[in-house]
Every structure is written in C-alpha cells, then in structure tokens.
Design a protein. Structure first.
Length: 457
C-alpha cells in the first residue's frame, strides 16, 4: 500500500467504481468464485512456495536493509540488496512495471504487490527453486479469477525467466500471447477466458516443449489447429482449446500426442475424426469433440480408446452405424453421440458396457431404428437416452416422414462388425467397483470430469 502513490490510488479506486463494477458482477456470475478448479491436475510446483513464511528476507547480500520486511517498508524504491537474491530483485522490477499497466483490479490484488517480500506477500506470485538453483525465485503466477485488466502480457510473463506456471483464468488480459518459448522451466499455461486479440493458434506456444498443460479455451482464436499441437508437446497431459473459433479439419497426427485430457468442443472443426486417434489408446482418458461440424463415418478407431472414461462426439454431423469396436470401451462412463446422423441398430454389446463402467449413454437426435435387448433396461434405469430417433416402441421419436426421408438417403459408411477385444457377456460388477461408484455418485458430473469442467469459463 505504501508503495502506491496517493494519486494512483485514487485512480485505481475510481476505476473500481466505474468500469470494474460491471466486470466484477459478470465474472462473479460466471463462477469466478471457484478460481482454479483444475489445480488438482497434480502438476503444480511445490505447495505454492508461499508456505515458508519469508524466512531470510533482507538478510545476506550487502546487509543494507535497514527496515524489517513488509512491516514498515521504506517509502523509497527498494534496492537490489534489499532482496533475498538477485533473481527476486529482477522479478520485482518486472512486476512493478506490469502493475502500472493494470487498469482494473476489482479485488485489489495489486495493492499487495509492493515491498521486498515477493514470496510471502505478493498475491498471485509463488516462489520455488528451479532445478539446480539455490535461490528462491518466482516459479509460479496464479491469477485465476482475479479479474485483472491489462492490455498486454508482453514484457511480463515472458520476462520472468524462472517461471514454470502461468494461470490467468477469467481475467481481462488483451493483446497477443507473449513469447514464452524462452522460459526454460515453463510447463503450464492457462490463458483461458480472457480477451486476447483474435488470432490464429499462437505458434510461439508450440515452442513450449516441456508443456504439460495448454489451456487457451474461451478466447477468440480462429483458423486451423496446427499439427504441432499434437507432436510438439511430448509431455502434455491436457489440451483445452474449446470455445474458440477454430475451423478446418483436425490434424491427421492427433494420435501422436500423449495427451490425457483433450477438449476440442464448441469450435467449428470440419472433416472426419482422424483415425490416428487409435494411437492415443494408451493415454487418452477424456476427449470432447462436442459441438463442431465434424462429418464422415463414426470411426471404428474410437472403440480402441480402452482407457477413456469420457468420449463425447455429440452435436456434429457424424454418420454411419455404431462400430462393433465400441463394445470394447470397458472404461467408458460418459458416452455421448447425440445429435448426429447415426443410424442402424444400437448394439446390444454396447449397452452391456453398463455392466462395466458406463453410466450415461446419450444417443438422442439421431436416426437409430432399433435397440439391442439390454438397451431397453438402460432406458428404464435412466442411463440411456434415445429421444428423437426412429425406434419403434421407444418414447419421443421422430415422425414417420422424417424417418422415411432419412432412410432414402444414400449411405456409404461400412458396417464395421470387427470386435478388437474379447467379447464379454453378463455382469461383472466387482464389489469394489460398486463401492467406488456409490461414492462418486454424489459428486456433480461436471466436476468429476476435467474436460467437462473445462466447458465452464
Ligand atoms: C543438475 O545437476 C546434476 C548434477 O550436477 C546434473 O546431473 C543434472 O543434469 C542437473 N540438472 C539440470 C536440470 O540442470
Ligand atoms: C525442457 O526440459 C529440459 C530438461 O528438463 C531442458 O533441458 C530443456 O531446455 C527444456 N526445454 C525448453 C524449451 O525449455
Ligand atoms: C456450439 O458451437 C457454436 C459455434 O462455435 C457456438 O456458437 C455455440 O454457442 C455452441 N453451443 C453451445 C451449447 O455451447
Ligand atoms: C448424460 O450426458 C448428456 C450428454 O453429455 C448430458 O447432457 C447429461 O446431463 C448427462 N446426464 C447425466 C445424468 O449425467
């Protein structure tokens, strides 16, 4: 507080009153009160670094610090020797520079950004030691939900050389994605739900070879997704690009990526689901193709994703019958194929997955004409939805005319009957599984799955 001149404090206050009030309201409505719902990705550095309580600040180097840290900061600019180490002093200069560019701060975050105690008192900044470095330094910046506004991040994020994480969900940052590839320790990028200038996929991001987490959802990126997204990040766990304006076909090399959580939802992708997706079988846990304009036949290869718990290809223009391979999705819990152009019989073997993990099979808004016998039970249990199809005896079906018209369309998809796994019949509900499911049932669906969580700003 003391570091902030009177004049600028008044300006900040005015800004809060005039322009931030609406932003604050909007952001609160958008749920910014649960700021970092994906911190549980288990990839955060240390425990945030701030726990160590500012030991040793101001001692050592030079010994020129006359006042104890933060309790009574001197009104003059601190000097290099007032800081725990040189790295923190340089970070201090960068942060002060950035602070001047913050034009909205409804939660009064930047007020804490003064004095020499970066590691304990600066909100949003966390210290840690990079590998083989003895000095503590700014390793992580987490602004999730802070609603800060600045026209650019250039000269800030990219000027903190030891940064490993930058999380800025639900702020109001504009401009382009800063060049981060020079940051040797960097691995987690979250620029979701900001006001970044409409642009194609930021190619500089492809230089983040050690990235584990790439989240640019809820921005205005457009154009094709570069193939590099699926081959430049050998350690990536999550890629969230949903709710942008990406278009064109999905890169053929999608299967090259070791990604666990992939959300492509709510864009304008066209073309087929690349069959290389089969190569993700060992790693892919959740994938959302939801709400694009994908077409072509529902690929056999999706059925090979033996580890996947969520497969959502709803609201596209996919056609064909459900390949027999889908009966091999032994881990799948949420399977959504609703609102496509699928037809034929819903295989009994698919519905039998409910004896394994399947909790929610959504097939509404297609042109299916019949159901395997187990499927009827699932409808009764509320685990299968087949509204708006062409299934005799099922409730809420399309009109006879609508169904007849679709029937007449030429159909070119192969009927895929090959079963790439050993067939399994009957229930196998192990008691352990049942207990786990019971427990999970209490958590809301959208919070249990990382990709579905990513559909909220
Ligand atoms: C750290 O130091 C050790 C031993 O000196 C070395 O083997 C290792 O490669 C270094 N790691 C990094 C990231 O520099
Ligand atoms: C990725 O990490 C490795 C070792 O941890 C390091 O040598 C390399 O420079 C890093 N890559 C980038 C682009 O920083
Ligand atoms: C579906 O995607 C379109 C186009 O990207 C978007 O305008 C629309 O809001 C999305 N629908 C939902 C329910 O998110
Ligand atoms: C089942 O999945 C559909 C499609 O994703 C979703 O709209 C619905 O809320 C889910 N229902 C339950 C009970 O999880």
């Amino acid at each position: 507080m003391a570091g902030l001149p009177r004049g600028s404090r008044r300006i900040a206050f005015l800004c809060l009153l005039v322009s931030c009030a609406a932003a604050a309201l909007a952001a609160r409505r958008a749920g910014a009160s649960r700021p970092s719902h994906r911190e549980d990705l288990d990839v955060s550095i240390g425990s945030g670094g701030s726990g160590s309580g500012g030991v040793g600040i101001g001692i050592g180097i030079g010994g020129g610090s006359s006042s104890p840290p933060s309790s009574s900061p001197s009104p003059s600019e601190p000097r290099a020797c007032d800081f725990e180490n040189e790295r923190l002093y340089r970070a201090y200069l960068v942060i002060q520079q950035f602070r001047k560019t913050v034009t909205c701060d409804p939660m009064d975050i930047t007020r804490s950004w003064s004095g020499t105690d970066l590691c304990s008192s600066y909100k949003g900044f966390f210290c840690d030691r990079p590998p083989n470095v003895t000095d503590r330094t700014i390793a992580s910046v987490d602004f999730n939900g802070y609603m800060l506004r600045a026209d650019s991040l250039q000269g800030f994020v990219n000027s903190l050389p030891d940064l490993a994480l930058f999380h800025a969900n639900s702020n109001d940052f504009g401009g382009t994605v800063p060049p981060l590839a020079g940051l040797q320790y960097f691995y987690e990028l979250d620029l979701s739900n900001n006001r970044l200038a409409p642009a194609t996929f930021p190619t500089d991001v492809l230089g983040l070879t050690n990235a584990t987490f790439i989240d640019i959802r809820f921005n205005s990126f457009y154009g094709e997704l570069p193939a590099g997204v699926f081959c430049k990040f050998p350690r990536v766990q999550a890629i969230f690009v949903n709710n942008n304006r990406f278009s064109g076909s999905l890169p053929d090399n999608i299967g090259q990526s070791p990604v666990n959580y992939l959300s492509l939802a709510n864009n304008r992708f066209t073309g087929e689901i690349p069959t290389s997706i089969a190569r993700n079988a060992g790693t892919l846990l959740e994938v959302l193709f939801l709400n694009n304009s994908l077409s072509g036949c529902l690929p056999y290869e999706l059925g090979l994703l033996e580890k996947a718990t969520v497969i959502d290809a709803g609201t596209n223009q996919l056609t064909g019958t459900i390949p027999a391979s889908f009966a091999c999705l032994r881990k799948v819990e949420q399977l959504n194929l609703a609102d496509n152009l699928l037809y034929g019989e819903v295989p009994d073997a698919l519905c039998r997955l409910a004896f394994d993990r399947l909790k929610n099979l959504t097939l509404s808004g297609n042109y299916f004409t019949s159901l395997g016998s187990c499927c009827w039970d699932l409808i009764k249990e509320g685990r299968l939805t087949v509204d708006r199809n062409c299934i005799q005896w099922a409730p809420n079906q399309r009109s006879h005319d609508e169904c007849a018209k679709f029937q007449q369309r030429p159909k070119s998809c192969p009927v895929s009957t090959y079963l790439p796994c050993r067939a399994k019949y009957g229930g196998s509900s192990e008691p352990a599984d049942a207990a786990v499911e019971e427990e999970e049932e209490h958590a809301a669906v959208e919070h249990r799955y990382r990709t579905y969580s990513a559909l909220h700003p």
